[in-house]
Design a protein around this ligand. Structure first.
Ligand SMILES: [Zn+2]
Length: 208
């Protein structure tokens, strides 16, 4: 038997098993989601945040496959359920706003990603990356060591000037020192030890 045949056989075995136990498997999955709904939602939400391009591709594929059927039946359903739809939109917006409030770093990450895409800059960073970065660079403005006012995540080499959106190009700065705001005192404020630490922490992902 060739490896392809073996794979095909395994695939068929699994399909047969699934067909025979479909209800059981579905019930088990449902029970898990019921018991872990917060965890599951959180996980899904994070995945969507971390992979916006994948989400877009999946939606586009689904839309292309269901376009005609959906358009007709959706229009009917929408006409009948306008109140429900409005309530649903509000609750979605509130949920989303609440999630954003609880995850400011994820929001920052996706904003940076959006700007980086606009400027054709390479790289991305996650809320976890930012937590790692804070352990190395601290949480205060690196330029003047103060913690007053809003601390921004600054691109050391601005995206517009060819800088990347990798964590190796980030530093915490107050609004006054932020390079994007006028670049008066724009500089790399990290010590050489910190630079080494940062490169070490992200070496698996970042090509410098
Ligand atoms: Zn400052």
């Amino acid at each position: 038997m060739t490896p392809e045949e073996r794979r095909e056989k395994r695939r068929q075995q699994f399909a047969a098993y699934y067909a025979k136990h479909a209800d059981e498997i579905r019930a088990r999955t449902r029970a898990w989601y019921a018991a872990n709904s917060e965890r599951a939602k959180e996980h899904q939400r994070k995945k969507r945040f971390d992979h916006p391009d994948k989400v877009k591709a999946i939606k586009a594929k689904y839309y292309a496959a269901h376009k005609e059927r959906d358009n007709a039946s959706n229009a009917q359903w929408r006409a009948k359920n306008q109140d429900r739809l409005a309530a649903y939109r509000i609750s979605r917006r509130e949920l989303s706003a609440e999630w954003n409030r609880k995850h400011p770093d994820a929001v920052r990450s996706s904003r940076h990603r959006r700007i980086a895409t606009e400027k054709h800059a390479e790289g991305n960073w996650t809320a976890e990356d930012l937590a790692t970065l804070r352990k190395i660079l601290g949480v205060k403005c690196l330029a003047h060591g103060n913690h007053e006012g809003a601390i921004t995540i600054d691109h050391i080499v601005p995206l517009a000037k060819g800088g990347t959106n990798y964590p190796t190009n980030l530093q915490p700065l107050c609004l006054k020192h932020n390079c994007a705001k006028g670049s008066r005192s724009c500089a790399d404020y990290r010590t050489s030890e910190q630079v080494v630490e940062v490169l070490k922490a992200f070496r698996s992902r970042v090509v410098v």
